[in-house]
Design a binder for this molecule. Structure first.
Ligand SMILES: *Cc1c(COP(=O)(O)O)cnc(C)c1O
Length: 374
């Protein structure tokens, strides 16, 4: 049986990417400088409607330089979504700062405004890292209001959220900074890569400076600041330049996939699809579901049944406050007692195959296997 993936790289049908990569070879711009980089950064600025962007080696490096731009340093507190990938948190540690994990709310699976308020009663953070899971928006109107009240800047981890429009605005444009990822499994990819976006041109210029080893303007190599080798390659930017042209097509396909699952499972009492936000055009990066607490079918049953048929799926993120490396940091629960919302979602959630290369036939196979468990 042909393997069905969770989310795999999907180049444009027109092979735009190959054309731009070939251009890089033909012109010998095979470094971290060149036309593909300029054009890729420009296309993302135009798409999101932001003033500044810098293409980087990864989403993680984008989060890192974003935090550094916000002045996060040793012993600062940084609030961060608890239900996420470790890459949202690691850069806080790179800066020797201290994360405080903020629980999710049931209606979005994303940062709970209520838990965030509770956290502000306890700490004064330097920044808040807000993650948008699986392409669904955090309730940014609430989060922004709370952070403005306390005068604390937001860095959006929009690694999974490129293309989602929430209440008329793209994810990644609500905060002072937005971090994007072009890792192989994301909605568009450069094989590996990321971008930091903002309306603050000076701050992005500084991030660009840091990303190429902080070389002072001098004939010899002179450095007055610590630098990083975080810049994206011009070859990979060529892939991004092609991919951005099919982003809307990928979003349409991801929505078809989600809607087909939703329709197929609507009569199964034990299955609930990840809730949808009002006034949101989601990129539907991953279709996720939860099983009712008393369901006889558990999330592992689904994952194992699919695995037997060569189909990839995975659990919802394991919350950061439950990770061995991060256990020692504080966690703010959305619930007043009992287990957190994030842990509950982890216990009952599955991310389903959401590969844009998947055919309708293949998706029906996935659906049949899951239905047969009930
Ligand atoms: C993928 C991802 C990242 C990191 O991106 P990389 O490009 O892999 O470094 C960060 N946060 C979240 C939520 C992600 O899903």
């Amino acid at each position: 049986m042909k393997k069905i993936y969770l989310a795999s790289p999907h180049m444009s049908e027109e092979k735009y990417e190959e054309k731009y990569v070939k251009e890089a070879f033909d012109t010998n711009w095979l470094s971290t400088v060149g036309e593909n980089l300029n054009k890729f950064e420009e296309s993302v600025r135009e798409y999101l409607g932001v003033k500044a962007s810098v293409a980087l080696a990864s989403g993680t490096s984008a989060i890192h330089l974003g935090l550094k731009s916000l002045g996060v340093e040793k012993d600062d507190i940084v609030f961060v979504s608890d239900l996420t990938f470790s890459a949202s948190v690691n850069p806080i540690i790179y800066q020797d700062a201290t994360p405080v994990f903020i629980d999710s709310e049931p209606s979005t699976w994303n940062m709970s405004p209520k838990a965030l308020e509770k956290a502000f009663e306890k700490y004064i953070p330097k920044a808040v890292v807000v993650v948008h899971l699986y392409g669904r928006a955090t309730r940014m109107e609430e989060i922004v209001k709370i952070c403005e009240k306390h005068n604390v800047p937001i860095l959006e981890d929009a690694a999974e959220g490129l293309g989602t429009i929430y209440k008329g605005k793209y994810l990644g444009t609500y905060g002072k900074f937005g971090a994007l990822s072009f890792n192989g499994n994301k909605i568009i990819t450069t094989t590996g890569g990321g971008m930091l976006v903002s309306n603050d041109e000076q701050k992005i210029a500084k991030a660009r400076f840091w990303s190429t080893q902080s070389k002072d303007p001098a004939r010899h190599y002179q450095h007055s600041e610590i630098g990083y080798n975080y810049r994206m390659s011009n070859v990979l930017a060529g892939i991004g330049r092609g991919q951005i042209q099919v982003l809307e097509r990928r979003i349409a396909k991801k929505n078809e996939i989600f809607n087909r699952y939703k329709e197929a499972f609507k009569d199964i009492e034990d299955i609930e699809m990840m809730p949808e936000n009002e006034d949101e055009r989601s990129n539907q990066w991953l279709s996720a579901l939860t099983l009712r607490e008393n369901s006889k079918v558990k999330y592992l049953d689904i994952i194992e049944a699919l695995e037997k048929e060569n189909i990839e799926s995975r659990p919802v993120w394991k919350p950061m406050h439950l990770q061995p490396i991060f256990e020692k940091y504080d966690f703010i629960n959305h619930n007043d007692n009992g287990i957190s919302v994030g842990e509950d979602l982890f216990n009952r959630g599955v991310c389903l195959p959401s590969d844009t290369k998947m055919t309708e036939e293949e998706q029906n196979r996935v659906i049949r296997i899951i239905k047969s468990l009930f």
